[in-house]
Design a protein around this ligand. Structure first.
Ligand code: AVJ
Length: 324
């Protein structure tokens, strides 16, 4: 293809700013205080997450890459896709493994990244144009929890959601996403999902509480983001990075714990926050799945799991499901 990829833009910086403001007003007035994890990822936060993926203790990215490398040919054969749409694509080096496999063993005609970050969609398309000149490329800048009705159309679609991104969602949010996605697909179209599995507590905690302190920096970056957007005076060094495994909910929680009582001004919002000493701001959940329960969630949304590929230690799973 020589034409430039078409990008559908459904969201811009001012939409994001307004959404963040609404999340601050809602979350900071709650008990406990909480913020959704998607706000970690400004430029610095994305770079810190990239560093996290290289940490010896952060296994999910390595496991997923290993599974993709080991089984990409099987995935291509099983999925029989002509069109791939990738949700929360990021810069996705991992996708390249799939695209290469489809190039060598399949009949892929089009690839569409779908991500909230315009820069990310543009940059990844620019690189992909050069690497895969025969692939039809396009993209969507949008929030896949709200804009799935703009899912790109095409023959024989495979929708891909990697990186255990689904673990960041609460059960009701997952049910809604899966149901909405199922509605967009025709029977027989496919969904490839990467999910982190329940394992021993030590391994889980270590992945989110590295001795290098990178994850702590990443967690505290949320406060930098709030300072920048709302002219705030959070002092990130006065909060500690806290990681908790909730066995019942099967989630790793990250929190920021106030080391002393303090007041924080968010001038642009005319808001003053009070933190008691020891008070927690809840900043994310990373759900770890039990294979049967995850299948049941897909089932309930009208997907049938046809294949799964795991790493050697059964730390992580890739599921292929088809719309029933
Ligand atoms: C990108 C959401 C999958 O929850 O494991 C890594 C983000 N947070 N370390 C995860 C994250 C802290 C990551 N996800």
């Amino acid at each position: 293809m020589t034409t430039n990829p078409q990008i559908t833009v459904l969201i811009d910086d001012s939409d994001l700013h307004n959404e963040l403001r609404a999340d601050v007003r809602g979350g900071m007035a709650s008990h406990p205080k909480w913020m959704p994890p998607k706000w970690f990822y400004d430029k610095r936060g994305s770079a810190l997450f990239e560093q996290i993926t290289q940490l010896p203790d952060y296994y999910p990215t390595r496991c997923e890459t290993e599974i993709l490398l080991e089984h990409s040919k099987d995935i291509v054969t099983a999925a029989k896709a002509h069109t791939i749409v990738e949700l929360g694509s990021g810069m996705s080096e991992k996708t390249r493994i799939l695209l290469d496999a489809f190039h060598n063993h399949g009949d892929l005609r089009a690839y569409y990244p779908f991500d909230v970050s315009d820069v990310t969609v543009e940059d990844s398309l620019e690189i992909l144009t050069q690497t895969y000149p025969h692939l039809k490329l396009g993209g969507v800048v949008g929030d896949f929890t709200r804009h799935l009705h703009h899912l790109p159309t095409g023959e024989g679609r495979l929708v891909v959601l990697l990186g255990s991104t689904i673990g960041n969602m609460l059960p009701t949010e997952r049910a809604e996403l899966l149901t909405n996605l199922r509605q967009e697909l025709k029977p027989g179209e496919q969904f490839l999902l990467g999910a982190d599995l329940v394992k021993d507590t030590q391994t889980l905690i270590a992945a989110y509480d590295d001795p290098q302190g990178v994850t702590a920096k990443f967690n505290k970056n949320l406060l930098h983001v709030l300072n920048r957007h709302f002219d705030g005076d959070f002092q990130p060094e006065n909060f500690s990075h806290v990681v908790i495994w909730d066995d019942k909910a099967a989630v790793i929680e990250m929190r920021l714990r106030a080391q002393k009582g303090m007041r924080v001004d968010l001038s642009a919002l005319d808001m003053e926050l009070t933190f008691q000493a020891g008070e927690d701001l809840h900043t994310s959940v990373s759900t770890k799945f039990r294979p049967d329960a995850l299948r049941a969630e897909l089932d309930a949304a009208g997907f049938g799991v046809t294949h799964h590929w795991d790493d050697e230690r059964n730390y992580y799973t890739l599921l292929l499901a088809e719309a029933i």
